[in-house]
Design a protein around this ligand. Structure first.
Ligand SMILES: [Zn+2]
Ligand SMILES: [Zn+2]
Length: 192
């Protein structure tokens, strides 16, 4: 996923990258949960141009994830679209203060200097691979839900409460233990 600085113009040039096996492997090392999300191949659509000495890039990671719902454990499809924007300045003689950033700059021709929107570049080849993996981390759902109001699995009988009304809640309310529970509550209140 490389941009060649010499080929960039003053007006935006459209580029599309398909994920490579190597990029995917490294992404899965960084984000082991990506394997469980059974994601489709990720595409990167971006537009890049030069503005004076700087390089402007904007675009989006697109694709689809197939995560397992955290409540009912059913797999569902979730479209992925994570936009990003990045401004890169020539590093010139500057060296990033962080050793990790300095290594990135030497190895990939770019590093981030301010969160995910500002960075430096060096040389003629900008490898966006690790930057795009960082963007991907923002796109992964922390708690995947097949729908906002998913009712999940019944802790009593394991039924999917979205599809089967299992009746466990009503049963529990009817048992004599429930009546005892209610008495106990009244007792402790009486003591205090
Ligand atoms: Zn669910
Ligand atoms: Zn149940």
């Amino acid at each position: 996923m490389k941009l060649y600085v010499d080929r960039l113009k003053d007006s935006p040039t459209e580029t599309v990258f398909e994920e490579s096996a190597a990029w995917r492997r490294e992404a899965e090392e960084l984000l082991p949960e990506l394997r469980d999300l059974r994601a489709e191949p990720i595409r990167v659509e971006l537009r890049a141009h030069r503005m004076g000495q700087n390089v402007y890039i904007e675009g989006a990671l697109t694709g689809a994830l197939e995560p397992e719902c955290a409540r009912c454990l059913v797999r569902y499809r979730e479209p992925l679209r994570e936009p990003f924007r990045l401004v890169l300045e020539p590093a010139g003689p500057r060296v990033p203060a962080e050793p990790e950033a300095a290594r990135e700059l030497a190895r990939h021709g770019m590093c981030l200097v301010d969160e995910l929107e500002m960075g430096w570049f060096q040389g003629h080849e900008i490898d966006l691979g690790s930057f795009l993996r960082e963007i991907l981390t923002l796109a992964l759902p922390l708690q995947p839900l097949c729908r906002e109001d998913c009712r999940g699995l019944c802790p009593g009988c394991g039924a999917d409460r979205n599809t089967v009304p299992c009746g466990c809640d009503e049963q529990r309310a009817k048992t004599p233990f429930a009546a005892l529970e209610a008495l106990k509550v009244r007792d402790t209140r009486g003591e205090s």
